[in-house]
Design a protein around this ligand. Structure first.
Ligand code: FRU
Length: 485
Protein backbone atom coordinates (compact mmCIF):
# COMPACT_ATOMS: atom_id res chain seq x y z
CA UNK A 1 0.00 0.00 0.00
CA UNK A 2 1.28 3.46 -0.89
CA UNK A 3 1.61 5.76 2.06
CA UNK A 4 0.13 9.23 1.86
CA UNK A 5 3.64 10.70 1.79
CA UNK A 6 4.66 8.56 -1.19
CA UNK A 7 1.35 9.16 -2.95
CA UNK A 8 1.75 12.91 -2.53
CA UNK A 9 5.23 12.80 -4.10
CA UNK A 10 4.01 10.65 -6.99
CA UNK A 11 1.11 12.97 -7.75
CA UNK A 12 3.28 16.07 -7.44
CA UNK A 13 6.06 14.82 -9.72
CA UNK A 14 3.67 13.60 -12.41
CA UNK A 15 2.03 17.06 -12.54
CA UNK A 16 5.23 19.05 -12.38
CA UNK A 17 7.37 17.23 -14.93
CA UNK A 18 4.89 18.16 -17.66
CA UNK A 19 5.80 21.79 -17.06
CA UNK A 20 9.50 21.22 -17.73
CA UNK A 21 10.20 21.57 -21.45
CA UNK A 22 12.52 19.06 -23.08
CA UNK A 23 15.00 21.84 -23.98
CA UNK A 24 15.37 22.72 -20.29
CA UNK A 25 17.00 19.37 -19.68
CA UNK A 26 20.22 17.84 -21.00
CA UNK A 27 19.78 15.62 -24.06
CA UNK A 28 21.03 12.34 -22.61
CA UNK A 29 22.06 12.90 -18.98
CA UNK A 30 19.51 11.93 -16.34
CA UNK A 31 18.02 14.78 -14.29
CA UNK A 32 15.43 14.55 -11.49
CA UNK A 33 11.84 14.38 -12.64
CA UNK A 34 11.37 17.63 -10.72
CA UNK A 35 13.24 19.32 -7.86
CA UNK A 36 16.52 18.11 -6.43
CA UNK A 37 18.70 15.07 -7.18
CA UNK A 38 21.89 13.81 -5.56
CA UNK A 39 23.51 10.35 -5.50
CA UNK A 40 22.70 7.56 -7.93
CA UNK A 41 21.10 4.71 -5.98
CA UNK A 42 20.14 1.10 -6.73
CA UNK A 43 21.82 1.12 -10.15
CA UNK A 44 20.96 -2.31 -11.61
CA UNK A 45 19.66 -4.32 -14.54
CA UNK A 46 16.29 -5.84 -13.74
CA UNK A 47 13.44 -7.17 -15.88
CA UNK A 48 15.22 -6.37 -19.17
CA UNK A 49 15.95 -2.71 -18.38
CA UNK A 50 18.48 -0.64 -16.51
CA UNK A 51 17.06 0.91 -13.35
CA UNK A 52 18.53 3.98 -11.78
CA UNK A 53 17.17 5.41 -8.56
CA UNK A 54 18.40 8.66 -7.09
CA UNK A 55 18.39 10.75 -3.92
CA UNK A 56 15.40 12.96 -4.52
CA UNK A 57 13.60 15.94 -3.03
CA UNK A 58 10.75 16.66 -5.44
CA UNK A 59 9.39 19.75 -3.70
CA UNK A 60 12.33 22.12 -4.18
CA UNK A 61 15.65 22.35 -6.01
CA UNK A 62 17.46 22.01 -2.68
CA UNK A 63 18.22 19.00 -0.54
CA UNK A 64 15.35 18.04 1.79
CA UNK A 65 13.72 14.92 3.26
CA UNK A 66 15.11 12.25 0.95
CA UNK A 67 12.91 10.16 -1.31
CA UNK A 68 14.13 7.76 -3.99
CA UNK A 69 13.34 8.91 -7.54
CA UNK A 70 13.25 6.22 -10.20
CA UNK A 71 14.04 6.00 -13.92
CA UNK A 72 14.52 3.15 -16.40
CA UNK A 73 16.37 2.85 -19.68
CA UNK A 74 17.34 0.32 -22.32
CA UNK A 75 20.53 2.10 -23.44
CA UNK A 76 21.52 4.21 -20.38
CA UNK A 77 21.04 7.37 -22.46
CA UNK A 78 17.29 7.63 -23.01
CA UNK A 79 15.50 7.48 -19.67
CA UNK A 80 11.82 7.20 -18.72
CA UNK A 81 10.64 8.17 -15.29
CA UNK A 82 8.77 5.77 -13.06
CA UNK A 83 6.93 6.91 -9.93
CA UNK A 84 9.08 7.73 -6.90
CA UNK A 85 10.04 4.43 -5.29
CA UNK A 86 10.56 5.35 -1.62
CA UNK A 87 9.39 8.15 0.64
CA UNK A 88 10.35 8.91 4.25
CA UNK A 89 7.14 7.45 5.63
CA UNK A 90 8.19 4.82 8.21
CA UNK A 91 9.57 5.15 11.74
CA UNK A 92 12.94 3.79 10.57
CA UNK A 93 13.34 6.45 7.84
CA UNK A 94 11.25 9.40 9.05
CA UNK A 95 14.13 11.82 8.39
CA UNK A 96 15.06 10.41 5.02
CA UNK A 97 15.67 7.42 2.77
CA UNK A 98 19.40 7.85 2.14
CA UNK A 99 21.59 6.15 -0.43
CA UNK A 100 21.72 2.44 -1.12
CA UNK A 101 21.69 -0.30 -3.72
CA UNK A 102 19.49 -2.91 -5.39
CA UNK A 103 19.65 -6.70 -5.68
CA UNK A 104 17.42 -9.29 -7.29
CA UNK A 105 16.10 -11.63 -4.60
CA UNK A 106 16.09 -15.41 -5.17
CA UNK A 107 12.27 -15.22 -5.57
CA UNK A 108 12.66 -12.70 -8.43
CA UNK A 109 11.60 -9.58 -6.56
CA UNK A 110 13.73 -6.48 -6.70
CA UNK A 111 15.19 -5.56 -3.33
CA UNK A 112 16.21 -2.02 -2.40
CA UNK A 113 18.68 -1.76 0.49
CA UNK A 114 18.99 1.78 1.81
CA UNK A 115 19.91 3.85 4.82
CA UNK A 116 16.93 4.94 6.87
CA UNK A 117 17.48 8.01 9.02
CA UNK A 118 15.14 8.01 12.02
CA UNK A 119 14.29 10.86 14.39
CA UNK A 120 17.40 12.13 16.11
CA UNK A 121 19.56 11.45 13.05
CA UNK A 122 20.23 7.77 13.77
CA UNK A 123 21.22 5.86 10.64
CA UNK A 124 20.36 2.20 10.05
CA UNK A 125 19.99 -0.06 7.03
CA UNK A 126 16.52 -0.90 5.74
CA UNK A 127 15.07 -2.98 2.91
CA UNK A 128 12.06 -2.78 0.62
CA UNK A 129 11.08 -5.35 -2.01
CA UNK A 130 8.92 -5.00 -5.08
CA UNK A 131 8.21 -5.57 -8.75
CA UNK A 132 10.41 -2.88 -10.30
CA UNK A 133 7.82 -0.13 -9.76
CA UNK A 134 6.18 -0.48 -6.35
CA UNK A 135 8.00 -1.49 -3.21
CA UNK A 136 6.99 -2.62 0.25
CA UNK A 137 9.23 -1.88 3.18
CA UNK A 138 10.07 -4.86 5.40
CA UNK A 139 8.12 -5.12 8.63
CA UNK A 140 11.31 -5.87 10.56
CA UNK A 141 13.22 -2.75 9.40
CA UNK A 142 15.85 -1.71 10.16
CA UNK A 143 17.70 -4.89 9.27
CA UNK A 144 21.06 -3.52 10.41
CA UNK A 145 21.24 -1.06 13.27
CA UNK A 146 23.30 0.00 16.27
CA UNK A 147 23.37 -3.56 17.66
CA UNK A 148 25.14 -4.71 14.48
CA UNK A 149 27.95 -2.16 14.87
CA UNK A 150 31.33 -2.64 16.50
CA UNK A 151 31.19 -0.64 19.78
CA UNK A 152 33.59 2.04 18.49
CA UNK A 153 31.25 3.05 15.61
CA UNK A 154 28.72 5.87 15.83
CA UNK A 155 25.13 5.07 14.76
CA UNK A 156 24.88 8.65 13.49
CA UNK A 157 27.33 7.89 10.66
CA UNK A 158 26.54 4.43 9.33
CA UNK A 159 25.28 4.53 5.77
CA UNK A 160 25.20 3.84 2.03
CA UNK A 161 24.95 0.01 1.81
CA UNK A 162 26.28 -1.58 -1.37
CA UNK A 163 25.70 -5.32 -1.77
CA UNK A 164 26.94 -7.98 -4.17
CA UNK A 165 26.77 -11.75 -4.55
CA UNK A 166 29.86 -13.88 -4.11
CA UNK A 167 30.74 -16.87 -6.32
CA UNK A 168 29.46 -19.25 -3.59
CA UNK A 169 26.01 -17.59 -3.69
CA UNK A 170 26.27 -15.71 -0.40
CA UNK A 171 25.75 -11.96 -0.29
CA UNK A 172 28.11 -9.33 1.04
CA UNK A 173 27.52 -5.69 1.82
CA UNK A 174 29.70 -2.69 2.63
CA UNK A 175 28.63 0.36 4.63
CA UNK A 176 30.52 3.56 5.32
CA UNK A 177 30.97 4.43 9.02
CA UNK A 178 32.70 6.74 11.47
CA UNK A 179 34.03 6.12 14.97
CA UNK A 180 32.20 7.71 17.91
CA UNK A 181 35.16 9.95 18.69
CA UNK A 182 35.36 11.05 15.04
CA UNK A 183 39.00 9.94 14.91
CA UNK A 184 38.64 7.35 12.15
CA UNK A 185 36.37 6.40 9.29
CA UNK A 186 35.95 2.96 7.79
CA UNK A 187 33.96 0.52 5.72
CA UNK A 188 32.15 -2.32 7.50
CA UNK A 189 31.50 -5.68 5.89
CA UNK A 190 28.25 -7.66 6.41
CA UNK A 191 27.13 -11.03 5.11
CA UNK A 192 23.86 -12.79 4.35
CA UNK A 193 22.56 -16.07 2.92
CA UNK A 194 19.21 -14.70 1.70
CA UNK A 195 19.98 -10.99 1.13
CA UNK A 196 17.39 -10.16 3.80
CA UNK A 197 19.07 -11.11 7.10
CA UNK A 198 22.57 -9.78 7.57
CA UNK A 199 25.33 -10.09 10.15
CA UNK A 200 28.57 -8.22 10.78
CA UNK A 201 31.77 -9.87 9.49
CA UNK A 202 34.61 -7.39 10.00
CA UNK A 203 35.91 -3.89 9.54
CA UNK A 204 36.86 -3.98 5.87
CA UNK A 205 39.13 -0.96 5.67
CA UNK A 206 40.15 1.91 7.93
CA UNK A 207 41.18 5.34 6.70
CA UNK A 208 43.94 5.39 9.31
CA UNK A 209 45.54 2.35 7.65
CA UNK A 210 45.86 3.98 4.25
CA UNK A 211 49.20 5.28 3.02
CA UNK A 212 47.54 8.68 2.64
CA UNK A 213 44.24 8.96 4.58
CA UNK A 214 41.41 10.29 2.40
CA UNK A 215 39.00 12.83 3.87
CA UNK A 216 36.77 12.94 6.94
CA UNK A 217 33.77 10.74 6.08
CA UNK A 218 33.57 7.94 3.58
CA UNK A 219 30.37 7.71 1.57
CA UNK A 220 28.86 5.45 -1.08
CA UNK A 221 31.27 2.49 -1.45
CA UNK A 222 31.22 0.06 -4.36
CA UNK A 223 33.30 -3.09 -4.68
CA UNK A 224 33.93 -5.34 -7.68
CA UNK A 225 36.39 -7.31 -9.76
CA UNK A 226 37.71 -5.53 -12.85
CA UNK A 227 40.17 -7.07 -15.31
CA UNK A 228 41.47 -9.44 -12.64
CA UNK A 229 41.89 -6.81 -9.89
CA UNK A 230 39.61 -5.92 -7.00
CA UNK A 231 38.43 -2.34 -6.97
CA UNK A 232 36.93 -0.36 -4.11
CA UNK A 233 35.35 2.90 -5.28
CA UNK A 234 34.02 5.42 -2.80
CA UNK A 235 33.66 9.10 -2.06
CA UNK A 236 34.91 11.11 0.88
CA UNK A 237 34.10 14.46 2.46
CA UNK A 238 36.56 17.22 3.31
CA UNK A 239 39.57 15.86 1.49
CA UNK A 240 42.77 17.79 1.80
CA UNK A 241 44.16 18.87 -1.55
CA UNK A 242 47.28 16.96 -2.63
CA UNK A 243 49.10 16.05 -5.80
CA UNK A 244 46.53 13.31 -6.42
CA UNK A 245 43.30 14.60 -4.88
CA UNK A 246 41.53 17.91 -5.14
CA UNK A 247 40.30 19.45 -1.93
CA UNK A 248 36.71 19.15 -0.75
CA UNK A 249 34.43 16.24 -1.57
CA UNK A 250 35.61 13.77 -4.16
CA UNK A 251 35.86 10.17 -5.20
CA UNK A 252 38.70 7.69 -4.95
CA UNK A 253 39.59 4.24 -6.19
CA UNK A 254 41.57 1.60 -4.30
CA UNK A 255 43.02 -1.35 -6.17
CA UNK A 256 43.94 -4.34 -4.06
CA UNK A 257 43.79 -7.99 -3.11
CA UNK A 258 40.67 -9.61 -1.74
CA UNK A 259 40.47 -12.87 0.13
CA UNK A 260 36.83 -13.77 -0.39
CA UNK A 261 36.78 -16.58 2.19
CA UNK A 262 38.02 -14.24 4.93
CA UNK A 263 36.32 -11.10 3.55
CA UNK A 264 39.70 -9.36 3.79
CA UNK A 265 40.83 -6.59 1.45
CA UNK A 266 44.37 -5.22 1.22
CA UNK A 267 44.70 -2.05 -0.86
CA UNK A 268 47.83 -1.76 -3.02
CA UNK A 269 47.28 1.51 -4.88
CA UNK A 270 44.90 4.43 -4.89
CA UNK A 271 43.91 7.18 -7.30
CA UNK A 272 41.32 9.88 -7.81
CA UNK A 273 38.33 8.88 -9.95
CA UNK A 274 37.53 12.21 -11.61
CA UNK A 275 39.73 15.31 -11.49
CA UNK A 276 36.85 17.67 -12.34
CA UNK A 277 34.67 19.67 -9.99
CA UNK A 278 31.42 17.78 -10.35
CA UNK A 279 31.62 14.06 -9.74
CA UNK A 280 30.56 12.21 -6.58
CA UNK A 281 28.91 9.14 -5.06
CA UNK A 282 29.36 6.91 -8.13
CA UNK A 283 27.85 3.45 -8.46
CA UNK A 284 28.60 0.68 -10.95
CA UNK A 285 26.82 -2.27 -12.50
CA UNK A 286 27.83 -5.22 -14.60
CA UNK A 287 25.84 -4.95 -17.83
CA UNK A 288 24.34 -8.10 -19.38
CA UNK A 289 27.19 -8.11 -21.93
CA UNK A 290 29.84 -8.02 -19.18
CA UNK A 291 30.85 -4.35 -19.07
CA UNK A 292 31.48 -2.64 -15.73
CA UNK A 293 29.64 0.66 -16.08
CA UNK A 294 29.94 3.57 -13.66
CA UNK A 295 27.64 6.54 -13.18
CA UNK A 296 28.19 9.41 -10.74
CA UNK A 297 26.33 12.46 -9.46
CA UNK A 298 27.65 15.29 -11.66
CA UNK A 299 27.58 17.91 -8.94
CA UNK A 300 29.54 19.05 -5.95
CA UNK A 301 28.11 19.60 -2.47
CA UNK A 302 30.13 22.79 -2.01
CA UNK A 303 28.66 24.55 -5.04
CA UNK A 304 25.25 22.91 -5.18
CA UNK A 305 23.68 26.07 -3.75
CA UNK A 306 24.70 27.98 -6.89
CA UNK A 307 21.77 27.26 -9.18
CA UNK A 308 20.56 28.74 -12.46
CA UNK A 309 17.73 31.24 -11.97
CA UNK A 310 14.26 29.74 -12.28
CA UNK A 311 15.45 26.15 -12.65
CA UNK A 312 12.86 23.50 -11.91
CA UNK A 313 15.29 20.65 -11.63
CA UNK A 314 18.76 20.60 -10.12
CA UNK A 315 21.43 17.92 -10.16
CA UNK A 316 22.28 15.51 -12.96
CA UNK A 317 24.06 12.22 -13.48
CA UNK A 318 27.34 11.85 -15.37
CA UNK A 319 27.50 10.07 -18.68
CA UNK A 320 27.66 6.32 -17.92
CA UNK A 321 31.28 5.21 -18.31
CA UNK A 322 32.81 1.84 -19.15
CA UNK A 323 35.62 0.98 -16.76
CA UNK A 324 38.83 -0.88 -17.46
CA UNK A 325 42.30 -1.24 -15.99
CA UNK A 326 45.33 -0.21 -18.00
CA UNK A 327 48.87 -0.26 -16.61
CA UNK A 328 47.48 -0.50 -13.08
CA UNK A 329 45.26 2.55 -13.64
CA UNK A 330 41.48 2.83 -13.60
CA UNK A 331 40.35 4.08 -17.02
CA UNK A 332 36.91 5.27 -18.01
CA UNK A 333 35.26 5.90 -21.34
CA UNK A 334 31.73 7.02 -22.29
CA UNK A 335 29.53 3.99 -22.94
CA UNK A 336 29.74 2.86 -26.55
CA UNK A 337 25.97 3.46 -26.99
CA UNK A 338 26.79 7.18 -27.12
CA UNK A 339 28.39 6.69 -30.52
CA UNK A 340 24.96 5.77 -31.90
CA UNK A 341 23.86 9.33 -31.19
CA UNK A 342 26.63 10.82 -33.35
CA UNK A 343 25.40 12.81 -36.37
CA UNK A 344 26.92 15.14 -38.98
CA UNK A 345 30.65 14.58 -38.52
CA UNK A 346 32.98 17.47 -39.32
CA UNK A 347 36.73 16.79 -39.34
CA UNK A 348 39.94 18.81 -39.71
CA UNK A 349 43.44 17.41 -40.01
CA UNK A 350 46.70 19.33 -39.58
CA UNK A 351 45.04 22.58 -38.55
CA UNK A 352 47.84 24.95 -37.49
CA UNK A 353 47.16 26.85 -34.28
CA UNK A 354 48.40 30.33 -33.44
CA UNK A 355 47.95 33.11 -30.91
CA UNK A 356 44.74 34.39 -32.49
CA UNK A 357 41.69 32.35 -31.45
CA UNK A 358 40.17 30.57 -34.44
CA UNK A 359 36.85 28.88 -34.99
CA UNK A 360 36.67 25.94 -37.35
CA UNK A 361 33.55 26.05 -39.53
CA UNK A 362 31.07 23.37 -38.44
CA UNK A 363 32.79 22.72 -35.09
CA UNK A 364 30.31 24.14 -32.61
CA UNK A 365 27.36 23.12 -30.48
CA UNK A 366 26.29 22.26 -26.97
CA UNK A 367 25.34 18.63 -27.54
CA UNK A 368 28.57 17.53 -29.03
CA UNK A 369 31.09 14.72 -29.08
CA UNK A 370 34.57 16.02 -29.92
CA UNK A 371 37.73 14.05 -30.51
CA UNK A 372 40.83 16.20 -30.44
CA UNK A 373 44.46 15.28 -31.04
CA UNK A 374 47.00 17.97 -30.17
CA UNK A 375 50.42 17.28 -31.69
CA UNK A 376 53.81 18.84 -31.10
CA UNK A 377 52.58 21.45 -28.64
CA UNK A 378 55.48 23.59 -27.44
CA UNK A 379 53.40 26.13 -25.55
CA UNK A 380 49.97 26.51 -24.01
CA UNK A 381 47.05 25.28 -26.08
CA UNK A 382 43.55 26.53 -25.20
CA UNK A 383 40.17 25.25 -26.31
CA UNK A 384 37.38 27.67 -25.42
CA UNK A 385 34.15 25.70 -25.26
CA UNK A 386 30.55 26.88 -24.88
CA UNK A 387 31.65 30.35 -25.95
CA UNK A 388 29.91 33.53 -27.09
CA UNK A 389 31.04 37.18 -26.86
CA UNK A 390 30.99 37.05 -23.08
CA UNK A 391 31.19 33.44 -21.96
CA UNK A 392 33.64 30.63 -22.36
CA UNK A 393 34.77 27.51 -20.54
CA UNK A 394 38.43 26.84 -21.16
CA UNK A 395 40.34 23.62 -21.45
CA UNK A 396 44.01 24.57 -21.18
CA UNK A 397 46.93 22.24 -21.91
CA UNK A 398 50.36 23.27 -20.64
CA UNK A 399 52.77 20.65 -21.99
CA UNK A 400 55.81 22.05 -20.15
CA UNK A 401 54.03 21.45 -16.86
CA UNK A 402 52.19 18.30 -18.03
CA UNK A 403 49.01 19.95 -16.81
CA UNK A 404 45.44 20.03 -18.12
CA UNK A 405 43.12 22.63 -16.60
CA UNK A 406 39.39 23.11 -16.93
CA UNK A 407 38.21 26.61 -16.03
CA UNK A 408 34.54 27.64 -15.92
CA UNK A 409 34.99 30.97 -14.15
CA UNK A 410 33.68 32.77 -17.28
CA UNK A 411 30.87 30.29 -17.96
CA UNK A 412 28.19 32.56 -16.53
CA UNK A 413 28.34 31.95 -12.80
CA UNK A 414 27.61 34.95 -10.59
CA UNK A 415 29.15 33.46 -7.47
CA UNK A 416 32.71 32.65 -6.63
CA UNK A 417 32.78 28.92 -6.12
CA UNK A 418 34.97 26.08 -7.24
CA UNK A 419 35.57 27.03 -10.87
CA UNK A 420 39.01 25.72 -11.82
CA UNK A 421 40.45 22.22 -11.66
CA UNK A 422 43.65 20.71 -13.00
CA UNK A 423 45.21 17.32 -13.45
CA UNK A 424 48.56 15.99 -14.50
CA UNK A 425 48.59 14.58 -18.04
CA UNK A 426 51.37 13.26 -20.24
CA UNK A 427 51.43 13.40 -24.00
CA UNK A 428 52.18 10.17 -25.86
CA UNK A 429 54.92 10.65 -28.44
CA UNK A 430 54.04 14.31 -28.64
CA UNK A 431 50.27 13.75 -28.87
CA UNK A 432 47.62 14.58 -26.31
CA UNK A 433 44.28 12.99 -27.13
CA UNK A 434 41.06 14.37 -25.73
CA UNK A 435 37.46 13.31 -25.98
CA UNK A 436 35.04 16.03 -24.92
CA UNK A 437 31.33 15.40 -24.41
CA UNK A 438 29.05 18.41 -24.10
CA UNK A 439 25.37 18.05 -23.20
CA UNK A 440 23.81 21.51 -22.84
CA UNK A 441 24.80 22.16 -19.21
CA UNK A 442 27.91 20.04 -18.74
CA UNK A 443 31.28 19.11 -20.13
CA UNK A 444 33.09 15.81 -19.54
CA UNK A 445 36.68 15.42 -20.71
CA UNK A 446 38.47 12.07 -21.16
CA UNK A 447 42.23 12.15 -21.64
CA UNK A 448 44.41 9.69 -23.59
CA UNK A 449 41.77 7.03 -24.05
CA UNK A 450 40.29 7.50 -20.58
CA UNK A 451 43.24 7.46 -18.18
CA UNK A 452 41.93 10.72 -16.70
CA UNK A 453 38.44 12.25 -16.58
CA UNK A 454 37.28 15.76 -15.66
CA UNK A 455 33.57 16.54 -15.25
CA UNK A 456 31.99 19.90 -14.80
CA UNK A 457 28.57 21.53 -15.06
CA UNK A 458 28.15 24.79 -17.01
CA UNK A 459 26.16 27.93 -16.29
CA UNK A 460 25.90 29.75 -19.64
CA UNK A 461 22.87 29.66 -21.94
CA UNK A 462 22.77 27.05 -24.68
CA UNK A 463 23.25 29.81 -27.25
CA UNK A 464 26.90 30.05 -26.09
CA UNK A 465 27.87 27.28 -28.47
CA UNK A 466 31.10 28.41 -30.15
CA UNK A 467 34.43 26.64 -29.90
CA UNK A 468 37.70 28.54 -30.30
CA UNK A 469 41.20 27.18 -30.54
CA UNK A 470 44.47 28.94 -29.84
CA UNK A 471 48.11 28.25 -28.95
CA UNK A 472 50.91 30.58 -27.86
CA UNK A 473 53.51 28.47 -29.70
CA UNK A 474 53.17 26.28 -32.77
CA UNK A 475 50.91 23.24 -32.38
CA UNK A 476 48.93 21.08 -34.73
CA UNK A 477 45.40 19.96 -34.27
CA UNK A 478 43.24 17.15 -35.60
CA UNK A 479 39.63 17.38 -34.59
CA UNK A 480 36.40 15.55 -35.35
CA UNK A 481 33.05 16.73 -34.05
CA UNK A 482 29.67 15.05 -34.06
CA UNK A 483 26.37 16.54 -33.02
CA UNK A 484 24.69 14.24 -30.49
CA UNK A 485 21.00 13.61 -31.15
C1 FRU B 1 26.44 11.43 -0.37
C2 FRU B 1 25.40 11.39 0.74
C3 FRU B 1 25.26 9.99 1.27
C4 FRU B 1 23.89 9.99 1.86
C5 FRU B 1 23.14 10.90 0.90
C6 FRU B 1 22.07 11.74 1.53
O1 FRU B 1 26.30 12.46 -1.28
O2 FRU B 1 25.77 12.30 1.76
O3 FRU B 1 26.24 9.60 2.19
O4 FRU B 1 23.35 8.72 1.91
O5 FRU B 1 24.11 11.74 0.30
O6 FRU B 1 21.31 12.41 0.57
Amino acid sequence: MDSEILQRARTYESQMDQKIREEERPGFHLTPRVGWMNDPNGFCYYGGRYHLFYQYHPYSTHWGPMHWGHAVSRDLLHWSYLPAALAPDADCDREGCFSGCALTLPDGRQELIYTGVSRGGIQAQCVAAGDGRDYEKAADNPILSERDLPPEVSPADFRDPKAWQEADGTYRLLCAAKSRDGGDIMFLLYESRDALHWHFVRTFLRNSELREPIGRMFECPDFFLLDGQYVLLASSQDMEGSARYHSGNGSFCLLGDYDAAAGAFVPRADQSVDAGIDFYAEQTILSPDGRRIMIGWMQNWDTSGIQPEGCRWFGQMSIPRELSLRNGQLCQWPIRELEELRRDPVAYRNAALGREPVELPGILGRRLDLEVDIAGAQGTVTLSLAADEKHHTDLIYRPQESLLTLDRSASGTRRAGADVCSTEVTGREGHLRLRIVLDRFSVEVFVNGGEKALSMTLFSKESADRIRFMANAPAELAVTAWQLR
